[in-house]
Design a protein around this ligand. Structure first.
Ligand SMILES: Nc1nc2c(ncn2[C@@H]2O[C@@H]3COP(=O)(O)O[C@H]4[C@@H](O)[C@H](n5cnc6c(=O)[nH]c(N)nc65)O[C@@H]4COP(=O)(O)O[C@H]3[C@H]2O)c(=O)[nH]1
Length: 530
């Protein structure tokens, strides 16, 4: 009991922690997603800006191409004006091959493109070229982006975008979230703002997002530090926390209620046994061949001290779940033994007892049954143990041996509610059986005396082939009786013959009606408690 209470505490604790753990998991995933979306949005904005800037640069190149590069002396002033009044550009100019003929920054001073961008031009010089560079001759520390186009005669124009515009824009976007933002044109110099320190975080890693333009050779990459994901997670988690706390309390209340009911059922069953709240009803079984009562099935009843009856399927299921079915069945055997003493029954009277799977598999099973058989031996009853299909599934070999042992001592075995379990039919050959009780669901399906009920017919045929006695359960109408009789079913049980009744009522019933043949029409013994 102490162990059980300790386990209950653990279950309660687990119920309280579950929403919290799930919340941590859920908010962790949500925070990662939010952070990833944020990175994507930032990258898209930077990419848009870079594309706009490139559009501007090519417009500028197009504008410059209208000038005759051979007339640099005349147009120099124009070029200077264009270069200085248009935003973004560090310098613009006209070229012939590698030579800069005139530029907004240097006028007509001789120079080369390679000298200006401080790196070699690709060979052959491409017709159209974009490249980010670390610095230029006039501003070696400040990155820039070159947009250059050359005509077939070797004449060309260039626009050099000042990288500071990009740096300022990227900084303004990335700084509030401590992002490292970089942009690279045509695999050239990486223009970068922000710095991610190499920090090791237990749960979060740095997130990286990279995107490229469909129109220009430009790549944006953004890295967010683990601390940002942690910040996002903290935010989501704090929003979720009140809900998690409410869910935790709710779960704990539900589980505690359930545990209380479980504990109380266990205690109540134990108390019920101690207070003699259980009794047994017996439902007579009719033997068609001898046209008289063949025996009875014992059915346990529970009336609480407050007078309330508990349904057998409810308390049997609870007893099975609460490991109380063995003490309860042992109590049932004691009650039956006391009842049987009051009966005046012929030798060979059948007494069927329901046995639960757990009891069957328990080491005390054989001795319990033997002890019961010894107690009622003077009545020379045929004890029939009713087992469900389910109880034969586990530990089959051991169970088969126990049943075979008891059969050698005169005890018979019946399969109850046949056809409702979902185990394989192979057990019909593995176990030594005597009776097969057809579930009342199949009997209910009989619609007329000559009608077809294929499953029921198959069950009956199978029983005959295996030389098993067949009993129809829940027979309520003369038509069902007729049908079963016509198909060779020799035992029937149901309201048509008799309802379950108390031990005293049975003793009385046996004297007055037990030897009478069953006449058609519903049994009117409705006064007996069910
Ligand atoms: N509609 C209808 N019902 C009929 C008719 N004839 C009999 N019955 C009911 O069908 C059930 C037959 O018992 P079961 O199949 O062993 O099914 C039993 C059995 O599985 C379990 N049970 C009852 N007593 C015990 C017991 O002492 N030990 C164990 N392990 N289980 C028991 O509880 C189940 C329900 O028992 P009960 O409520 O007593 O319900 C009984 C009985 O009252 C009929 O013509 N029509």
């Amino acid at each position: 009991m102490r162990k059980k209470r300790e386990r209950s505490w653990l279950v309660l604790l687990a119920a309280g922690l579950l929403p919290l753990i799930l919340g941590i998991l859920f908010t962790f995933i949500a925070a990662q997603r939010t952070e990833q979306r944020q990175l994507e949005t930032t990258a898209e904005v930077v990419l848009n800006h870079a594309e706009n800037l490139s559009d501007h640069a090519w417009d500028m190149v197009r504008q410059l191409e209208k000038y005759d590069p051979r007339a640099c002396g005349y147009i120099g002033k124009d070029i200077q004006r264009i270069g200085s009044v248009t935003a973004y550009f560090r310098s613009v100019g006209l070229t012939k091959n590698n030579d800069v003929l005139c530029s907004s920054a240097y006028g007509q001073h001789p120079g080369t493109i390679e000298g200006m961008i401080r790196m070699p031009l690709p060979t052959p010089i491409p017709d159209r070229w974009i490249q980010s560079v670390a610095g230029t001759a006039g501003a070696p520390q400040r990155p820039a982006v070159l947009f250059f186009r050359q005509q077939p005669m070797g004449y060309g124009a260039f626009a050099l975008v000042d990288g500071q515009y990009l740096l300022d824009f990227m900084h303004a976007l990335g700084m509030p979230r401590a992002y490292q933002v970089s942009i690279q044109f045509n695999h050239g110099y990486r223009i970068e703002t922000g710095h991610i320190a190499a920090e090791n975080h237990l749960l979060f890693n740095s997130l990286v997002y990279r995107t490229t333009s469909a129109r220009y050779p430009v790549t944006i990459s953004i890295i967010s530090p683990p601390s940002e994901a942690l910040k996002a997670w903290r935010q989501v988690f704090l929003t979720f926390l009140p809900m998690a706390a409410i869910l935790s309390l709710l779960f704990m209340a539900l589980v505690s209620n359930w545990l209380k009911r479980r504990l109380s059922y266990h205690d109540e069953l134990r108390r019920g046994i101690a207070n003699n709240e259980f009794s047994v009803n017996y439902q007579p079984v009719y033997d068609i061949s001898s046209v008289s009562c063949a025996g009875a099935e014992a059915l346990l009843r529970w009336q609480r001290r407050d007078g309330e009856w508990v349904r057998p399927d409810v308390f049997i299921a609870a007893a099975e779940a609460e490991s109380m079915i063995i003490p309860l069945t042992q109590h049932l055997l004691e009650l039956i033994a006391a009842d049987v003493k009051q009966w005046d029954v012929p030798p060979g009277f059948h007494l069927a007892i329901n046995v639960a799977a757990e009891h069957l598999q328990h080491p005390c099973f054989v001795s319990d049954i033997r002890q019961f058989a010894t107690t009622v031996a003077e009545k020379s009853l045929v004890i029939i143990l009713e087992l469900t299909e389910r109880s034969l599934i586990s530990e089959g070999q051991e169970v088969a041996e126990k049943l075979s042992l008891l059969r050698r001592e005169g005890i018979e075995i019946a399969i109850d509610d046949f056809g409702t379990g979902n185990c394989s039919l192979s057990y019909l050959q593995t176990f030594e059986l005597d009776y097969l009780k057809i579930d009342r669901g199949f009997i209910n399906a009989i619609e007329s005396v000559d009608g077809e009920t294929p499953v029921l017919d198959a069950i009956i045929n199978l029983s005959h082939k295996l030389a098993l006695q067949v009993l129809g359960e829940g027979v309520e109408t003369p038509m069902q009786l007729e049908y079963l009789k016509n198909h060779g079913v020799m035992f029937i049980q149901g309201y048509l013959y008799a309802r379950p009744m108390s031990s005293e009522a049975l003793a009385h019933w046996l004297t007055n009606e037990g030897r009478l043949p069953l006449v058609s029409g519903l049994s009117d013994d409705a006064s007996a408690p069910l």
